[in-house]
Design a protein around this ligand. Structure first.
Ligand code: GAL
Length: 380
């Protein structure tokens, strides 16, 4: 009888301590999954599907130098954004065909997944650099799955919008193209041109398709999806509508922030306004984030400066944007997701997640918080 009582009390105490254990987000620390292993999903994004969050990101390898893809895209699932279950590799690189677009040793970055409710397929887009070409290929890859966690089947890779002018094409783009591209801004991706507009990079790539490096996807309230990518040697972002099945660009796109070298774009919508948080172009080194706003997805876009405030604001708290997650069912609850890259040992890269706050004029801002709880959004 006594033993039974002790067991009941013990059970109750364990229940209480589990219940009261706060689920908190501590940016910059190691984030163990259900196996106690630091989450390996860099440059990632989150999709919410049937009550569960799915996090997809670049799987990095211990001990291999550089940023090559040796495994593929890793997927994790969670009910509360804090406890993550390892769902394994959603898209695998190809190991037995050296000529395959996603053969092992290619560069596969910033994967994002969206669900197409018409076709009932999960569609993944990523930035692809073909093996042994450095960052010159600048292509988009597309893969598809019937099940959210995969396996995803690689469909194709290409440069978007071949043979199509953007909605806001300028007269100069249709002029003959200068072969003399003076290179400036040397960094992780080689040397980039100065004053790209005068060089007409859009016109240069008109026939082959536009360069697409750092990329993201955004699904609007009406179900239309958009592909946002750093183009024209990273100098200019393109916002490009996807086809109804989300598998291709629909041929309806705009150039935005020309000559601004925006990378790492992450789009969200709040109170009928579109926002982009992006970065400058400094490779793995962090820089100051940039916020922009537009009444319409195709613009006009207005830059609003650095959304980060307080200590660490100048380097985005030593991170670079990768995604903005809207908490489902909460109109004002958004989480900024960034990567703190560690190129010397990429697998150790850390995740910086902060709640997006809104000032008295409704302008989003980000402030470092050591540890925050999901009930941050409770009253929102
Ligand atoms: C960053 C970019 C990353 C990766 C890296 C390579 O600017 O955001 O996704 O491409 O450069 O240097």
């Amino acid at each position: 009888m006594k033993a039974k009582l002790i067991l009941i009390i013990l059970g109750y105490l364990i229940f209480i301590s589990c219940k009261q254990q706060p689920v908190s987000i501590k940016s910059g620390e190691k984030w163990p999954d259900n196996n106690g292993v630091h989450i390996n999903a860099h440059g990632g994004g989150i999709m919410f599907y049937e009550g569960i969050y799915y996090w997809f990101g670049e799987h990095k390898i211990e001990g291999k130098k550089g940023n090559k893809a040796w495994v593929g895209v890793h997927c994790y699932s969670s009910k509360n954004l804090v406890d993550w279950f390892d769902e394994g590799i959603a898209l695998e690189v190809v190991k037995d065909d050296p000529n395959h677009d996603i053969t092992e040793g290619c560069i596969l970055e910033r994967p994002k997944v969206i669900f197409n409710s018409k076709t009932k397929k999960f569609v993944m887009w990523f930035h692809l650099e073909l093996k042994s070409m450095g960052y010159d290929a600048a292509r988009s890859g597309v893969a598809i799955a019937d099940k959210v966690t995969g396996p995803y089947k690689f469909l194709k890779s290409f440069r978007p919008n071949a043979g199509i002018w953007p909605k806001n094409v300028l007269g100069l783009h249709k002029q003959p193209v200068s072969g003399n591209v003076e290179k400036k801004y040397c960094g992780g991706k080689g040397c980039l041109p100065s004053h790209p507009d005068s060089l007409n990079l859009l016109g240069r790539d008109f026939i082959t398709g536009q360069m697409a490096r750092d990329q993201n996807l955004f699904v609007d309230d009406d179900g239309k999806a958009y592909h946002i990518y750093s183009s024209e040697e990273n100098s200019t972002l393109h916002i490009s509508q996807l086809s109804d099945d989300y598998l291709s660009d629909a041929g309806n796109y705009v150039r935005v922030f020309s000559d601004r070298y925006m990378e790492a774009p992450a789009m969200f919508k709040h109170n009928n306004k579109y926002y982009i948080i992006a970065s400058d172009c400094t490779g793995w080194e962090p820089n100051a984030a940039r916020l922009a706003c537009a009444p319409n997805i195709f613009g006009p876009w207005e830059e609003l400066g650095n959304p980060c405030v307080g200590e660490g604001a100048e380097l985005t708290f030593r991170s670079q944007s990768t995604f903005v997650l809207q908490i489902p069912g909460k109109k004002d609850a958004f989480v900024f997701m960034g990567d703190r890259w560690t190129p010397e040992n990429a697998i150790d890269g850390r995740y910086i997640w902060l709640p997006i706050q809104f000032d008295e004029n409704g302008i989003p801002f980000l402030k470092w918080i050591d540890e925050w709880y999901l009930d941050f959004f409770e009253n929102i």
